[in-house]
Structures are given as C-alpha cells and as structure tokens.
Design a protein around this ligand. Structure first.
Ligand code: BDP
Length: 336
C-alpha cells in the first residue's frame, strides 16, 4: 500500500469506527448517532491506566444511555506512543493514554516534568499535576495550534528506575558502557548520556526485541511496566535510581472533539478528571503487586544510596532543557 492509500484507508476506518448511525435517516439521525470512541494504551488489560479508561467508558455509556461508548485497544495493538499520537491527530482514534515523556517535543513546557529529579517525591508530583500548574499545561496542550490533541487528565506512573542484564547499578560509574533504552525525546538520551551510559531512543513496542537481541542491555521504567512487560526476563537487575518521575496524560483527538456538542465535551472533560482519581487508587495497589511479582520472579532489586551523585551528573540536562523554563521550575519547587 502506498502511503497515500494507507492514509485514505485510515480515514475511511475512522468514519466507520467513530460514527455508527443508530437511528433512521432524517433529522433525528444525528441526535441518534452512536459514537464508538477508540481508545488505546501500550499496556495490557488490567493495567491501572487501561482499567481507568475502561471504567470511564462504562460511565460514559451510562450517562448517555448507550449513545457513546469506548472501545479499548490495549497492549500496543495500534502501535507505540508515536503512532498513537499520530492517529489521534488524524482522528483515527479518539483517546490515547501516553506518557508525558514524548509530549515534550510537542509542548516544550512538558519537558519540565521530564527533567530528572524534578519532583521531591510522589506527593509533590501529585500536588503539581492536581493543581494550577497541571491544569495550565493541559490547557497549553489543548490550545496548541498544531498538536491536534485535547488534554483530558493526568495519571500516575510512579518512579522510573534503571534495569539491565549485566549488573546492579549502585553508583553513577556503574552505568558506564551500558546501552539503555530511553523514551523518544532527546532529553532522555541526554539524561542517560550525562550519567555515563549510552542512551538509545526507541519505542516501547521495540524494547523486548531489542533486549532479546542485545541491541540494548536494558532500559528504565516503573515496576508495573517492567513487570507487566515481562522485561525482567531479559534484564534481571533492577536498581532504584529513581531518576525520573513522569506522569502520564490522557489525550483526546481534537479533530473528533470539535465535532462534539458542548454537552458531550463537558461530560468528557468531567469523566476525564474522575479517571485521574480512579487510576491513582489502582496505581498504588498495582505498584505493590508488581514488586511482589518481581521478587517472586527472582529479580535482583537494589537500593541506590548516593542519589546526590546522580543529581549532580544530570546538571547539563537541566542547563540545556530547564533554563528557558526557570520560572515554571521555581513555581514547581514552591509547591508544598
Ligand atoms: C511507561 C508508560 C508508557 C510509556 C513507557 C515507555 O506508562 O506510557 O510508553 O513507560 O517507557 O511507564 O515508553
């Protein structure tokens, strides 16, 4: 298929997928139109983000007497996050749950959340995303002239730790020579390189294969992603570097959003906010379960005592990506 044909097919698919006429022909047809919103996530069924969006779908169906529903495509069925963003922009899918990680190149302010060690702890991060700053950045995304996405809400994603197949990481020097997969945003490759490792950018969908074939020695992620993605099979040393604490975002296709009535738009925004709180509860439980599963699977988990050395090493990343957002960084620091 040529690119053009594929695109046409995608757009035709969108027509069929997003809008199915439920009523007869005539003036009532539009009012009766049944909407099936396609949602996607890189994670499998049962993962907190997937479960929260499915719950949102149930509420949506109840609130609209079945007029609007959500069809979930979990486990990267529609590709990695890069593909998900592109499809949401086209309107080929409506809801994408993605990490703030790859949003930095779209809305530069998001890169502040992507800075290593920017949040003091989980409670600090939650206060920031639940508060004024969180809302401001979501609005920035929604109002962005070309991003083509509406920001619905944030979700929790814990802390990212480095894992690899060779050895535990206890000091910065231990990363030397290791090829570590990072998310697709130059900030992350720079972060790993500043720590002395070799950062390799690739999609989450390519990671297992890259670890199997030795293209990378490991990656970095929170416990639930490491566990549910079965990454421990290929990289059994999980070291609690806690270098990143990146929230997720739930985005909606602006193309579809603009076709909705004001009432449907506000219902969607309201249920998005509820999904944020719902996911948080599920997240905390899942984190504990994942740690248990990791221990049962024989993962070698180690604490990293000297975080200060890691923080000092990433200073160039702050200089490069943080300098232009100094005021925002200061406001984040002031959130207590
Ligand atoms: C996980 C996020 C997911 C990212 C993935 C990654 O939930 O959105 O795609 O990390 O590393 O924690 O790409």
């Amino acid at each position: 298929m040529t690119t053009l044909n594929r695109r046409n097919a995608l757009q035709l698919g969108l027509g069929a997928g997003a809008l199915a006429l439920g009523g007869g022909i005539g003036t009532s047809a539009l009012a009766q139109a049944k909407l099936v919103w396609r949602a996607t996530d890189v994670h499998p069924t049962g993962y907190p983000t997937v479960a929260a969006v499915e719950a949102m779908g149930k509420k949506l169906e109840a609130a609209t007497s079945g007029r609007i529903s959500i069809q979930m495509f979990p486990s990267m069925q529609l590709g990695g996050e890069k593909e998900m963003i592109e499809q949401a922009q086209l309107g080929a899918l409506q809801i994408a749950r993605i990490s703030v990680g790859p949003m930095g190149p779209l809305v530069p302010e998001f890169n502040v959340f992507n800075l290593p060690f920017v949040f003091r702890d989980g409670a600090h991060m939650e206060k920031v995303i639940d508060g004024e700053i969180g809302t401001e950045l979501l609005t920035k995304l929604s109002n962005h002239p070309t991003a083509g996405l509406i920001g619905l809400c944030y979700m929790n994603a814990g802390v990212r730790n480095v894992y690899n197949s060779k050895k535990p990481i206890e000091k910065v020097e231990d990363l030397k020579g290791l090829k570590i997969r990072m998310m697709g945003n130059p900030l992350f490759v720079d972060t790993m390189n500043s720590l002395g490792g070799n950062g390799v950018a690739m999609g989450f969908d390519q990671l297992v294969n890259a670890m199997q074939t030795g293209v990378v020695d490991g990656a970095e992620n929170n416990e639930p992603s490491y566990e549910s993605g079965q990454h421990y099979r290929y990289a059994k040393f999980y070291s609690k570097t806690a270098h990143l604490m990146i929230p997720e975002v739930l985005v909606f296709s602006k193309k579809t959003f603009e076709t909705l009535s004001k009432d449907d738009q506000s219902l969607l925004m309201k249920l998005g906010k509820e999904a944020q709180q719902e996911q948080r509860k599920l997240w905390n439980t899942r984190e504990e379960e994942s740690v248990k599963k990791m221990k049962d699977a024989g993962v070698a988990i180690n604490e990293v005592k000297d975080k200060a050395a890691f923080q000092a090493a990433v200073k160039p990343v702050w200089d490069k990506y943080g300098a232009q957002h100094a005021a925002l960084i200061e406001r984040i620091g002031a959130v207590k």
